[in-house]
Write a protein that binds this ligand. Structure first.
Ligand code: ATP
Length: 356
């Protein structure tokens, strides 16, 4: 297992990049803890696979260094990095049995057969494939084959890290949930350093201790699920995490007050912003209350989603979503108020904290 340092990494696929948008990865500078479970989360094209491939050695970064436990591996090929990888689609040997497929990474490194048998047995049980151990992989379904790929990634105990690139894409929804929980418990027991790429927030939030949110080639926040929910560092995180996402209003700041439409909201602190910066107030739908106080809201639609209702409407000329408890009443002239603890202030899309 290893600590991973991403030291001022930048990457461009084209030659002679100049503008920030020429880079698939703009600037990544972080340390990931030994034994951590990290999910790289973000929309298509934000650079997740590029970053994963830089860690694995499939891509050499245009700038910067990558270190495993302090050792610079930037110029080492994948084989020399001692990592296991699981890709989106199955990588299995069709003519081998399920057992031999799983044993392959161990036998390849000269692990004694009795140890191979113990490790493979554990993995077969975890993946619920014990009854198929002697079957040839050829006859298996796509999701069974993908389970073998996962198993091959998990079978070694001496790797620096295990890298997963959207590994559950071809798995059916029920099994997805089961495998995700098994991966999580395997991580708890083994303390492998794991990096898991996904664009699915549920997958990221259930698997990872730390979710790394990426947007346009940058890491915009690394945090626990709670941190991403309560204090999104960037408006994109607020919008991308949560369903519905955070509401974002343009505001004018006057000391401790945010002016929004006709209302002046007391923030309890005076955010420090530079002249000319775009200022916004972000609030999640769960922290807005419909009642007789606050700003007028015109309601367009109410969606019943079981124990809650999602109200879609407009406040100060802006589309909003508000979460209400199932039985809550909507008055005839509805207004909306904001809970102070749910308010975040942004300058040029980045959060300005009380601490700033
Ligand atoms: P997805 O979820 O769709 O896989 P991603 O977040 O993993 O997306 P990347 O695949 O890392 O994103 O791509 C980041 C950017 O780099 C995109 O603009 C993509 O088009 C570009 N890119 C990726 N691979 C290459 C390549 N081999 N050559 C040129 N451009 C590439």
């Amino acid at each position: 297992m290893a600590r991973i340092n991403l030291d001022h990494i930048r990457h461009a696929y084209g030659i002679r990049p100049t503008a920030p948008q020429d880079y698939a990865l703009r600037e990544v500078h972080h340390e990931w803890a030994d034994g951590g479970a990290y999910a790289l989360l973000g929309p298509s094209g934000c650079g997740k696979t590029t970053l994963l491939n830089i860690i694995s050695g499939l891509v050499r970064p245009s700038e910067g260094h990558i270190l495993f436990d302090g050792q610079d591996v930037t110029h080492l090929p994948t084989e020399a990095r001692n990592i296991a990888q699981v890709f989106q689609f199955p990588v299995v040997y069709d003519t081998m049995t399920v057992y031999d497929n799983l044993a392959f990474p161990l036998r390849n490194r000269g692990v004694p057969e009795d140890l191979v048998a113990t490790r493979v047995k554990n993995i077969l049980e975890m993946l619920e494939l014990s009854d198929r151990a002697d079957k040839k992989a050829r006859g298996l379904t796509a999701d069974q084959k993908q389970k073998i790929s996962l198993g091959r990634g998990l079978v070694r105990s001496d790797v620096n890290a295990i890298l997963f690139d959207e590994p559950l894409t071809v798995i059916d929804p029920h099994l997805k949930w089961v495998l995700r929980s098994q991966l999580k418990s395997l991580h708890r027991h083994s303390r492998f350093t794991m990096v898991y790429v996904t664009h699915d927030q549920t997958e990221a939030l259930t698997f990872a201790d730390k979710v790394v949110v990426m947007y346009e080639g940058q890491i915009v926040q690394i945090g626990t699920p709670e941190e991403l929910f309560e204090k999104p560092k960037h408006t994109f995180v607020g919008y991308f995490i949560g369903s519905p996402g955070m509401n974002v209003f343009p505001i004018a700041l006057e000391g401790r007050k945010a002016r929004l439409g006709d209302a002046a909201i007391d923030l309890g602190f005076a955010p420090k912003v530079a002249a000319g910066q775009k200022t916004e107030l972000g609030i999640r739908p769960e922290f807005m209350e419909i009642g007789k106080k606050g700003l007028p809201v015109s309601i367009r639609k109410v969606e019943d989603i079981g124990r809650q209702k999602i109200v879609r409407g407009d406040v100060a000329g802006q589309a909003v979503s508000i979460v209400m408890k199932e039985g809550a009443e909507i008055p005839s002239e509805p207004r909306v108020s904001f809970q102070g603890k749910g308010i975040n202030i942004y300058a040029d899309s980045w959060r300005v904290g009380q601490e700033a």
